[in-house]
Write a protein that binds this ligand. Sequence first.
Ligand SMILES: CC(C)(COP(=O)(O)OP(=O)(O)OC[C@H]1O[C@@H](n2cnc3c(N)ncnc32)[C@H](O)[C@@H]1OP(=O)(O)O)[C@@H](O)C(=O)NCCC(=O)NCCS
Length: 159
Amino acid sequence: MNRTPTPLTEPADLLPLLRACDLPVGDIAPGPAQRFFGLRGAGGCIAVVGLEPSGALGLLRSLAVAPAYRGQGVARQLVAYAETQARALGVERLFLLTTDAAPFFTRLGYAALDRAAAPPAIRSSAQFAGLCPASASLLCKTLGAAAPGTQPLQEAAQP
Ligand SMILES: CC(C)(COP(=O)(O)OP(=O)(O)OC[C@H]1O[C@@H](n2cnc3c(N)ncnc32)[C@H](O)[C@@H]1OP(=O)(O)O)[C@@H](O)C(=O)NCCC(=O)NCCS
């Protein structure tokens, strides 16, 4: 397994893993507004994370690790990577919805908040508006400033 995340720009790269992990795929459209990063193994994508930047706010989504690669810190690494990318894009607060991984994210500094407190930009995302069950928890993390000179990786890879 290559442990360096790379941009995933083709839906076919990430859909099989997301489907296998029962995560929503109805709105998947990689591009500047929906950036995906992942790790590849011999059989294709073995881990993925998504980022939807919207000004100073962002939505972290589609975090999935293939069962054979779990428990090795891969998800933690991908979340940290997505946060670095988010900071480089000017995102200051990162939100996410999860049905059963809230404890995983709270250990990474995310805090639960009432869905009613979600800003409009987050509330209008497809994940929030319908793809994630109403029972999914909303979590949020305030990101620190980007390291000087950090450039978002996918800027160059996207049209
Ligand atoms: C959740 C998920 C991404 C974790 O991937 P991972 O690579 O195994 O995670 P890491 O190795 O970085 O971290 C493992 C730690 O997180 C904990 N953890 C994993 N899944 C968890 C969950 N659902 N709830 C709470 N803690 C969890 C593990 O117990 C482990 O703890 P430890 O470090 O004390 O041993 C993976 O289980 C997965 O793909 N699940 C299905 C999809 C999903 O639920 N995605 C999250 C919502 S978008």
